[in-house]
Design a protein around this ligand. Structure first.
Ligand SMILES: [Zn+2]
Length: 123
């Protein structure tokens, strides 16, 4: 499954970042997911739980922010958001635009961690 491979690499890079930060556990991962990324959100959420098993991310939550498509329209000279992914026409003037400005994102923008050592020191 396509999404499982993506989830595995997300888990891998989040775990690496968490270890570097001295985390004992990751509780949340924040992801920006463009609607043009070709990734199914539901499949990704499911795969994430599978991929997270046995890692610092086990039991953590994947929080996905949907990123809509935006194009740059040369006629309107503006960046415009599209209501869907069916066509890349400017909703204002109807012109097709080859300039996709956003909507292909697949990136971790943050993680929330628990630092075990700090907690032990506090006790
Ligand atoms: Zn336009």
């Amino acid at each position: 499954m396509h999404e499982l491979a993506i989830a595995s690499s997300l888990v891998e890079s989040a775990e690496l970042a968490a270890r570097q930060a001295g985390a004992g556990r990751v509780t949340q991962v924040f992801l920006r997911l463009g609607v043009l990324s070709g990734v199914s959100k539901e499949a990704l959420l499911f795969s994430y739980d599978v991929a997270a098993r046995g890692t610092l991310l086990e039991g953590s939550q994947l929080i996905i922010e949907d990123v809509p498509v935006a194009i740059y329209c040369e006629s309107c000279r503006a960046e415009v958001r599209l209501p869907g992914i069916q066509s890349l026409r400017c909703p204002r003037c109807g012109r097709l635009s080859p300039h996709i400005r956003q909507g292909k994102e697949l990136e971790i923008v943050g993680i929330e961690i628990e630092v075990e050592d700090a907690m032990k020191e506090a006790i």
